[in-house]
Write a protein that binds this ligand. Sequence first.
Ligand SMILES: Nc1ncnc2c1ncn2[C@@H]1O[C@H](COP(=O)(O)OP(=O)(O)OP(=O)(O)O)[C@@H](O)[C@H]1O
Length: 666
Amino acid sequence: MSQPLDAAINRTATAREFQRKVTDQRMIAAVIQRGREFAEPLKNETADGLYLLTSQLKERIHSPRRHPNSNAVDWELLTNAIAVVHEAIRRELSLEPFDTQLRAGIVMSLGGIAEMQTGEGKTLSGVLPAYVNALRGKGVHVATPNAYLARRDYEYLRGVFRHCGITTGVVELESDDEQARQAYQADVTYGSAHTFGFDYLRDQIASQKSSASPIGFQLLSTLRGVNASQRRQRGLACAIVDEADDVLLDDAVSPLILSDTPNGPAPDAPVHRMALGFVGQLSEGEHFFASGSDQIELTDEGFAKTYSDTAASTHPNLLRPWHEYVITALRAAYHYARDVHYVVRDDSIELIDRATGRVFADRSWSGGLHQAVQAREGLEITGESIALGRITKQNFFRSYRYLTGMTGTADQCQRELEQVYGTPVETVPLRIASKRETYTPRFVLTQDEKYEAVVNEAFSIAVSGRPVLVGTLSVSESLAIASRLREFGRSFEILNGVQDADEAAVVANAGRSGAITVATNLAGRGTDIKLDEQARECGGLHVIVTQMHPFARVDRQLIGRAARCGDPGSCRFFIAADDPLLLQHAPWITRHLHRVASENVDAFHPAGSIAEDPRRDHRLFNQIVTVQRRLQREASSRRLQMLKTDLREQEILFRATDQPDACWAI
Ligand SMILES: Nc1ncnc2c1ncn2[C@@H]1O[C@H](COP(=O)(O)OP(=O)(O)OP(=O)(O)O)[C@@H](O)[C@H]1O
């Protein structure tokens, strides 16, 4: 990597600039105090009075008086903004924002990412930075990890913004051009990170097309007041990213690709079917090695055998060399499992986002993998989609003039967020100490034993009147646990992206006393499970984690559904010796567990089961956490490498240092 490219990518210097401000605790505390004082008389203000205040703040932010030192923080403006937002929240939601929420809001208004524990009320914290940035009049995008959260937050907060005199909208993947344009015209637009990225790509493609149209046509359109490109977005002025670690890091590795899928079967469908039949003749170790997360390597012998099939290797419909079809068929067989990586619905493959558990009908794998999986499932093999435009999420979010966000889990990511996005992370202390109890992790030998133990625990806790959330890592695991619960005739709800029930309705019921909910990671982030009074009195929500994720942050998000905002609650991890995380990354723990099971045989613990031993179990658990930290470090360097490659390939002219100091400096 060349020095200039490294330096241009790195935005640490910008982050350090912001850091000085977001860590000025004395000033922040004073601004909160004064903001509250300013809010007091606003209680008697009319609706028009609040709008007028917003108009005055808009004028102030555009005032030429600010130009000489526009980078300096306008504390007075911020104080007034706090007062308006405070009063609007009180009027609409009958809530008073906590100091911690205002503090997080100020951090975001000053250019930092606010780290606030799960359940501490980030949703309300996002109002202040959205309001302050909306004053610029250039549009604010509030990006969430998924469409459900975008709509939920939009519906919850639009009344608050209305009291402030700020318009809001929501964009969804299904929005047509007109609906999307209207939503983007609003001061604050809610949407998933995906939707914002795709709309950006659409606009890029539309403007390329329009600049390619004849000059006469362009002129005519301009005279008629028609924008030839008919863009959806107004530009990338400001983004406030919810669940910033997920959107800006974990999910940023999958590029956004706007593609067009041709109708009808793929021309090379017969070759994919031949490859599927052929791989049955190959054996692992002799003809190929399945290594890494998604790698297949043919040996010399495997390569020679592949090309001994002359009917396939010279087939007239080949779109790429024959051995690539073979490798793709092997990848499909070895690395992609039904109900783990994808589901089959309405005779088509729908991809599962492994981090969030969401099922996406509109996503597909590239390079022929989608077709190889279709072949294996015996479905019609459709044509490969043609990429019309592509951008990595990293580059997309780096393109915003002003970027900020919030998360409950930024540990181990601070450096990366600083380097890549120029955003320092500021941790907001807990409002009150968490009441969550973490029970001793339970170790077992096999998946079957684990499911049994999970179901027993769910029953015994639900019977005491507490609601239970069983968090699984895959659709197949959720189905396995659901079928055991069904055997016992116990009613429960399931939330795995393929269930029929409405997601919001399942979440709404999950906090009822005695309810059992089995969910994939769908319930792991952002979901607010509200307890009923009896559930709270009985001890709150209990979260069962059926499998540790390679990243500890994902686990912490899941257990963060319990004991929110001062409520009681608890959690327990279940770990089996044959969990993929242990088999792939900590095989010594698997061996150790087998040894323990063979040594600890007595009347209560027959051969093959593991007796509880809190000290040993905590020690083993901590070892797994260390493995998770290593995996997270590795993922971080992979992402950085990706960004460098992407920038080099696309030869993007990027701005290294021109991120403005604050929204009023844009
Ligand atoms: N100022 C407040 N007063 C009373 N209740 C509040 C306040 N702010 C938030 N809450 C409640 O606290 C709960 C958690 O809020 P919220 O979902 O915003 O948390 P979060 O930090 O976004 O959680 P997560 O990290 O899981 O997304 C909600 O039920 C919300 O209604």
